[in-house]
Write a protein that binds this ligand. Structure first.
Ligand SMILES: [Zn+2]
Length: 590
């Protein structure tokens, strides 16, 4: 150790020299006759001390001299492997396993290597042990599986996600209290893992030896978990349905269709009520309030948070398109005199529907890997010192390619991840990003056309006296068809946010050379230069405006431009074309 006076080492005993990694002193004592298999007064061996302090060179040296790899020692009667895992020394774990350590040996508490790794939340070690053949459902002495330990003791999501990705059983019960992992999560109020277990198919009706379900335990412990479990039970139709209405509410397809119907109906109703020929604004207002209460009532009973987050934006998008097109054909069409107006309508309409469909249906670049490939890659990374949570996805357990990210909505790793877009019900990634930009351009085009067409209608289609000027004229035009005003306002609203989104997207793609995720989370990646406040300053992917444009849209312009052709699903390393790169830890050859 650099801070120790070399003179001091000569007086150290071998235990202290091993703890501090003083190889020369240890070798001198061994050569003087110290037996590496000796247990000290606490029943601990030198290999234990080397393991817990991550002294790789000494561990190798002791093993070469015949140190017993699976020796039990210390208060917990644990192996050096247990000790290395407790401290999270993956390199030492690899060394001991390669030297023949048995990961199934249990300590005095009945825990094997994987149970200790899970309790200490050392996820890369959990992944490595399973990749090397440890059963992800291995029981400890009390019949608890690693997943039960993870949901009970570990409040970060990673070990649970990794175990579920490795097919750990989500409904196995321990041997003493007969609790499932979901019972254990409810018991320790581990809110982070509840939804992971539910999505993985946890049985909500499983009973322990006292006859309690996870919900029974949650009711005593935690209001949030109780409400989540109750909501999931409703969604799955698990509660006894006492009437027809409850049966309907529990039907997911019915709820999704209701969301669409309510959205179409709401948009129509506002315009329809405003359009009514009655001159009384009071009666129109009362009708509007009545409609609002009706929609609010239906939504409160039939539309859950899930539909609001994931179905409603798509429903609004399609309902708006539908009513806007109806308005165009019934109101505007006779007043579009200029041929360019007709051409623009068909051009933008065709483009919008084509790109809308492609944005929704195109696989954004989901990264998949066969099971044995995943395990092989994990072992390779662990053995070459590259297995870190930053390099692998703890959900998919794949080696993350450059610029990829796990999409929390679709639960998949996506190449060159940009963002999840609820308006197109899909993640935007390497494969569908150009379609998404095409959609935004055409959407803005067609919305602008509708705004132009509304003005054409007001100019040529409304019989308003030419005597009226100023505000009086505007008011009488608006009164002539309130429906058109309502649709016009919708178009203005949507074109505003589409315009802002498009400008942001083009600025990121062409000017900065980054994705939305990279811009928002630049501080998380080693290869971006950020300001003190974490804002992006330079991107290694920025090759200049023209090249960024060519790269993104893969435009060659008869050989004038030379876009980079990169398969982002497998790209692990920076290219020489990307200059000024502060490269993160390499993880090549996978
Ligand atoms: Zn993933």
């Amino acid at each position: 150790m650099s801070f120790c006076n070399p003179e001091d080492h000569r007086s150290w005993d071998i235990v202290k020299a091993t703890q501090y990694g003083i190889v020369a002193r240890c070798k001198a004592l061994i050569e003087a006759g110290y037996d590496v298999r000796t247990h000290d007064s606490d029943n601990i061996t030198l290999l234990h001390w080397a393991a817990i302090n991550n002294r790789l060179e000494l561990a190798r040296y002791y093993i070469s001299l015949g140190a017993v790899v699976d020796v039990l020692g210390g208060d917990l009667m644990a192996t050096p492997l247990h000790w290395a895992i407790r401290e999270g020394h993956l390199g030492m774990v690899v060394l001991l396993i390669q030297a023949g350590a048995d990961p199934c040996l249990r300590d005095a508490e009945g825990c094997a290597a994987i149970h200790v790794a899970v309790q200490c939340a050392h996820t890369p070690i959990v992944a490595y042990l399973i990749a090397k053949g440890t059963d992800p459902d291995l029981h400890d002495a009390n019949g608890k599986t690693p997943l039960m330990w993870a949901t009970w003791r570990t409040f970060s999501v990673d070990p649970t996600r990794t175990l579920l990705s490795m097919y750990a059983s989500v409904n196995m019960k321990d041997m003493v209290q007969h609790n499932t992992p979901l019972h254990w999560a409810c018991m320790s109020q581990n809110t982070n893992v509840i939804m992971l277990l539910v999505q993985a198919g946890a049985d909500l009706d499983a009973k322990n030896d006292k006859g309690e379900t996870p919900l029974d335990i949650a009711r005593i412990k935690n209001v949030w978990i109780t409400s989540r479990l109750q909501m999931i039970r409703r969604e799955r139709g698990l509660d006894t349905q006492t009437n027809f209405f409850q049966t309907l509410v529990s039907n997911k397809t019915f709820r999704q269709r209701t969301t669409f119907v309510v959205t179409f109906f709401s948009m129509f109703c506002v315009g329809f009520i405003l359009e009514l020929s009655t001159p009384s604004w009071l009666s129109k207002m009362i009708l509007c309030i009545f409609c609002y209460l009706l929609v609010h009532g239906i939504s409160a009973f039939l539309i859950t948070q899930n539909e609001t987050m994931f179905i409603l934006p798509l429903a609004i998008s399609i309902a708006t398109k539908f009513w806007v097109y109806c308005t165009a054909f019934f109101y505007y069409w006779p007043y579009i005199y200029a041929p360019i107006g007709v051409i623009c309508f068909f051009l933008f309409s065709t483009g919008m529907w084509y790109f809308f469909y492609k944005s929704i249906k195109t696989n954004p670049g989901i990264i998949t890997m066969a099971e044995d490939q995943k395990k092989g890659a994990i072992v390779h990374l662990a053995e070459t010192d590259g297995l870190k949570l930053g390099n692998i996805c703890s959900s998919c357990l794949i080696i993350k390619p450059l610029r990829s990210k796990h999409c929390s909505v679709t639960n998949r790793c996506v190449a060159k991840f940009d963002h999840y877009c609820p308006w197109v019900f899909n993640t935007i990634g390497a494969e569908n990003h150009p379609y998404f930009i095409g959609y935004l351009v055409c959407l803005l085009g067609i919305l602008s056309w509708h705004i132009y067409a509304a003005f054409q209608f007001w100019q040529y289609g409304t019989p308003v006296s030419t005597d009226l000027v100023g505000f009086e004229r505007i008011w009488s035009i608006m009164k002539y068809s309130p429906w058109v005003v309502w649709i016009f306002l919708n178009c203005v609203f949507h074109s505003t946010w589409v315009c802002v989104l498009l400008v942001c997207q083009l600025y990121q793609i062409i000017w900065l050379g980054v994705t939305t995720n990279e811009r928002m989370n630049a501080g998380r990646y080693h290869h971006f230069h950020t300001s003190q406040h974490g804002n992006l300053e330079t991107s290694p992917f920025n090759r200049g405006v023209v090249a960024n444009f060519a790269d993104f849209f893969q435009i060659e312009l008869c050989g004038m431009l030379k876009p980079l052709k990169i398969d982002w699903k497998s790209k692990m390393e920076f290219l020489p074309e990307y200059k000024n790169v502060t490269i993160r830890k390499s993880h090549d050859h996978i």
